[in-house]
Design a protein around this ligand. Sequence first.
Ligand code: BGC
Length: 766
Amino acid sequence: MSFVKSFSIYYGALGLMLAASVVPALAQPGRGGAGAQLPAGPWMNKDLAPDQRADMVIGQMTLDEKIQLVHGGQGGGFGPPQPGAPPNRSNGGAGWIPGIPRLGIPDLNMADSAVGVTRGAARSRYSTGLPSSIGAAASWDLKLAYLYGTVIGRELRDQGYNMSIGGGVDITREPRNGRNFEYQGEDPILAGRMIGQLMKGVQDQHVLGDIKHYAFNDQETGRNIGNAILDQRSMRETDLLAFEIGLRDSGAAGVMCSYNKVNGDWACENDYLLNQALKKSFGFRGWVLSDWGGTHTTVKAALAGLDQEMPGSNYFGDALKKAVESGDVPLARLNDMVHRILRSMFAVGVIDNPPVEKVVDVFKGLEDAQHIAEEGTVLLKNSGAQLPLNAAAVKSIAVIGSHADVGVLSGGGSAQVDPPGGNAVPPPPPPPDSAGRGGRGGFGGGRGPVYYPSSPLKAIRAKAARANVEYAAGTDPAAAAALAKASQIAIVFVNQPTSEGRDVATLSLPDNQDALVSAVAAANPHTIVILETGGPVTMPWLDRVSAVVEAWYPGIGGAQAIANILFGDVNPSAKLPVTFAKSDQDLPHPVIPGIDLQPVPPAGGRGGRGGRGMLPPFDIPYTEGLKVGYKWFDAQDKQPLFAFGQGLSYTTFAYSGLKAAPAPSGATVSFTVKNTGKRAGEEIAQVYAVLPQGTGEPPKRLVGWSKVQLAAGESKAVSVSIEPLFFSIFNVEKDAWQLVPGAYKLMVGGSSLALPLSATVKLAGI
Ligand code: BGC
């Protein structure tokens, strides 16, 4: 099937999903909601192991019932209902798979939920728009990642969903990737640990989790056609390591394979990725579902390890049934697919504890979203202690740009959470040929970037009640500069809209915003820049402004979070989970592979979901291999604009007394952190390791960290345990992780480029 075909099926079905909304959900058997009647088969015994329960169900299933579970539901929004197909009980999410009521197996109702539950608008449901995942990753806080997952799981459950299909961990190999806002940054250990806790948070709500997009979907340009090329060791130690850690820490039920090819094979039929790495080596016990339209074959995909075609039935419907009947796909393999799905459903509790629909707790969601934003906002520059602002003393403030009068930006695509009341910055009417295709939330179909109704201007006015706070849109730099000149402080909001389906061509801010900042900075020496970006950007005006705050896409509580940071009610503690380069030229790929290719005119007149039509096939040679992010900058001896791990506080910290010792499992590092300033704060203390010479590793890697809370003047002893995996390299010949015996230099400090302490430990190999 061509991708274009799956695309049109998908969109064509949106109308059907809306029609389905009139079906009274809880009256439907097997839907998984509170009303479902569960038969008392022996597999309903909660004391039995999930694997045993799954096998008991499989023993009762017909071939058709097994086939039904391994592809997206017909009539569930993905094509016309087929004769004999089960009734459409879709909950309106991106995916629906009918369950088997006679055996008490509920439907799988899946929703995109990378930064909150999506597609609320069509059914007038509210979901909390969380800060972007990269922003949450900037907290380096595992508890916060868990909280993030909890919000998503809770709200999915409240809305009748039992599976999340969000939770991305493609690492930031390409800082201009349009989906970086959905991911967890550039370091596999940080990203893997954060996504692991996030998924645990989801699954602890009895909602199935899913980590995506497996793998190397590290750019959106040509995502349906590009062929990522890299060697096995680099694969295992970079992107795949993030998946391995995330799955290990969470037991997530699902892995969504990506659209792209990897070393010549589609990711969804890639034996190495699915069978060898994921299932055999990581020991993954859940199931692999294809990204939407990412299945390409029946037999090859089934034998390579794909367990579920999503959505539709082109390959895993009748074609798979025939392949099983002919023996081209062994029945045991089909049973394995079904076993993986059912055992996950039992293990996570979606059968024993089905979702109970209720109104989402808006207040709790707001509180959580704001807290996450506060913990993820990074203070990048603060000359002359420009921040925090003194609310009692400040007399006039110019707030400029980025629609800061009404809202904060969010990321586009399938992760887009519908804002309450609609887009705070309504786009101009879509061009006539895009009618009906705006529902995706991206920038396609004529919809512009979506702003949440969280107004920084209002939040700043509320803080500085005695000040005269005026707003300029920033579309006219001269007018903005004039307002800045007449004000004591100028706060310029700038943004970088990003979305699924497209990359940004450059790290530069779009829409002449650099000129805007320069004009304002020339007019007012107290210029503070607030960035609302999906990832790193360049800052040609950096030397001329006094403070810079990276707020990412800060979510529904964004304005309050930003104001709390600006006025010091919250002391910033976040650190960058990605490197900010000085220019595109400093990146491993100064130009995104494929971005200059011309789309091939699509059959049937539609563009692929890549947003630019289908590009001709092309390779994405990841020649940087292991050297992703800061590892590239270290190896090239290039100075970034802002380093991985960098971030300021309103207080200062000092490090001392490093001791490092081998431990039975890895190593233990202990040191002291002191708050040397005048206010309480939190420091993310980081530990990096230099691997022994001859291992062929980049200069250093992050191996651990600890977030330490300190009152003014307080010192604390910190101890960080580092597990062997984090010191290991992947030995391709042995097809195993290997801890090379030798001397490991450990360096400790507050950023990847500020590591005042070092010590060496000798580790015995494994
Ligand atoms: C995206 C996935 C998403 C799916 C369903 C795809 O285009 O790549 O991340 O889960 O659509 O909406």
